[in-house]
Design a protein around this ligand. Structure first.
Ligand SMILES: [Zn+2]
Length: 164
């Protein structure tokens, strides 16, 4: 998102040359540059000890599509903390380890997606009300099940490589 109005005082921004950054929206009253804003989300590839990948179907939007366990980061969280929180909230599973693997920018939604590999113990999921289903897949089936060319597909492939 590019700021046309100052989010602090509401004044219309101007464009101002800011160092090496070029022309940046600027509030003359607050004397502050307003760099483009976007949301940061975590997208987990949840894997168990049998090397199966957990995919979910949400109870809103496209309910037929399998996707990864994702969510918006909160202020003050690291990506790993946000990833573990989302896995626990949505599936009831506790991540035993979690680490960053890859990132992608979701253009249509102005979201920076951080891909994480979350290792969990295989167990029945206690799914949140936001989910219809959580299901384990082999890596090959998971890659084929998610939407072709999607960010989760790319992260699943990256996670498999990372694990060797
Ligand atoms: Zn202002």
């Amino acid at each position: 998102m590019r700021f046309e109005y100052c989010p602090f005082c509401g004044k219309k921004t101007i464009l101002k040359e800011i160092g090496d950054e070029g022309q940046i929206p600027y509030c003359e009253d607050c004397a502050r540059p307003l760099f483009d804003m976007f949301s940061t989300c975590v997208l987990n590839v949840v894997v168990n000890e049998d090397n199966e990948v957990l995919l979910i179907r949400q109870s809103y939007g496209d309910t037929s599509r399998y996707v990864g366990v994702a969510g918006f980061m909160k202020i003050g969280e690291t990506p790993e903390e946000a990833g573990a929180r989302e896995v626990l909230e949505e599936t009831g599973l506790t991540a035993e380890s979690i680490r960053y693997i890859d990132s992608a920018f979701y253009d249509g939604r102005d979201q920076l997606m951080l891909g994480l590999l979350a290792r969990v113990k295989k167990a029945d999921c206690d799914i949140s009300g936001e989910l219809l289903e959580a299901k384990w897949f082999t890596f090959d089936d998971a890659v084929k099940t998610v939407r072709e060319g999607s960010i989760i597909q790319r992260f699943i492939i990256a996670a498999e490589k990372e694990m060797g």
